[in-house]
Design a protein around this ligand. Structure first.
Ligand code: IPM
Ligand code: MN
Length: 384
């Protein structure tokens, strides 16, 4: 018999454990209902608590341990809160967040997918009614770029100190992320056809397509990688004549995300620019409380992908049962869909979880509810 699908659950810091607890309750409910071939193990690391006890955020063999799993479900890392406790055990961001980057790098999770769709019931920050049509997928290059962590500090602590922070862009990683963007654009268009809704995008030569990829760079100033991305984009786009193409400079993209976000479909951006754009995209689609995220390795089946909401550890509300678990639950739904590539029953459970979370959001628009209350309402919906 094939081995069951295994998830490493890493709740992390701050509100992480609170929202992860709700995700686990939903998984338990789905397991009881469908008898899925799914199991999970909870890890107390990476976390501040582990660091306080062991002097490191996670054990030296952490990645080797996690690699045995099919996916990692991560809550949040960072300031554990509560913020009004000045004596709390606190680490510099560069230390507490390092495990996140280690996992992305160690498991070559080269895609970061962050959908931003304004679902019914989610908070609409933009006054324009067309905001209801916001439905984009931001794909962030997740393996290199501004995040390679190469550089150093020279003459540290002196007035002549120099800090260097290298950016590295390879053609291989550029090609794969752009191609992934085009594939997702096609998939999204096909899904829309199935759901009976189409979108149209104009190409520069006057044609209309049912999907679009917008490449974001800062090629007017950062010309070396900007030009390489542009050349790769132009070449790869020839393989996808059915997908409209578009380019924006990142500063203009920020403006257009606010001015007309409904005009975007798939967006491909570099690691740092994608990081910044996805906080903005999260707000456009209802805020951090509803924004899912995933770090994927689509090419190597031996490497686990990692699923974490876009939000952080929210130390201002940690420990109070106030955090909205919706983003975590959408993220868990995406995880099940991803794992479902090998097991259709798990994929169906992912769809069921997504639908339940979306229905809960639609019905309870704007109501103030605690973490557990939201989790319970969704579990109840799943048990019906
Ligand atoms: C994110 C976060 C991380 C990132 C931080 C915590 C290192 O902002 O996942 O978006 O920059 O990638
Ligand atoms: Mn971020």
């Amino acid at each position: 018999m094939a081995q069951s699908t295994r998830i490493a659950v890493t709740p992390g810091d701050g509100i992480g454990p609170e929202v992860v607890a709700e995700a686990v309750r939903c998984l338990e409910t789905l397991l009881a209902k469908h008898g899925l071939d799914l199991e999970w193990t909870r890890f107390p690391w990476p976390s501040h608590a582990w660091h306080e006890e062991h002097g490191e955020s996670m054990p030296a063999d952490a990645l080797a341990q996690l690699q045995k799993y099919d996916a990692i479900l991560l809550g949040a890392l960072g300031d554990p809160g509560p913020m009004d406790d000045p004596d709390r055990y606190l680490l510099p961001d560069s230390i507490s967040l390092a495990p996140l980057l280690d996992m992305r790098k160690g498991f070559d999770q080269w895609v970061c997918e962050r959908p931003a769709r304004l679902l019914p019931g989610a908070r609409q920050y933009l006054a324009d009614e067309r905001a209801k049509d916001i439905d984009m997928l931001v794909i962030r290059e997740n393996s290199e770029g501004e995040y390679v962590s190469q550089g150093g500090r020279l003459r540290k602590g002196t007035p002549d100190e120099v800090a260097t922070q290298m950016e590295v862009f390879t053609r291989k990683a550029t090609d794969r992320i752009i191609r992934y963007g085009f594939e997702q654009a096609r998939n999204r268009a096909a899904d829309r056809v199935k759901e009976g809704r189409t979108r149209t995008f104009r190409t520069l030569d006057g044609r209309t397509c049912e999907s679009q990829v917008c490449l974001i760079t800062k090629r007017n100033a950062l010309r070396y990688w900007g030009d390489m991305y542009t050349e790769a984009f132009d070449e790869i786009s020839k393989e996808y004549p059915d997908v409209a193409t578009h380019h924006e400079l990142v500063d203009a993209a920020c403006m257009k995300f606010v001015q007309s976000p409904w005009a975007f479909d798939v967006v491909v951006a570099s690691n740092l620019q994608g990081d910044i754009l996805t906080d903005l995209a999260a707000v456009l689609s209802g805020g951090m409380g509803v924004a899912p995220s995933c770090n994927l390795n689509p090419t190597d089946p031996d490497m686990p992908s990692m699923f974490e909401p876009t939000h952080g550890s929210a130390p201002d509300i940690a420990g109070q049962g106030l955090a909205d678990p919706t983003a975590m639950l959408f993220t868990a739904a995406r995880m099940l869909e991803w794992l479902g590539r090998k097991d259709p029953a798990i994929a169906a459970a992912g769809k069921e979880l997504f639908d339940a979370v979306a229905a809960d959001l639609a019905e309870n628009s704007g109501r103030r509810r605690g973490t557990r209350e939201i989790g319970s309402a969704i579990c109840e919906r799943l048990s019906q």
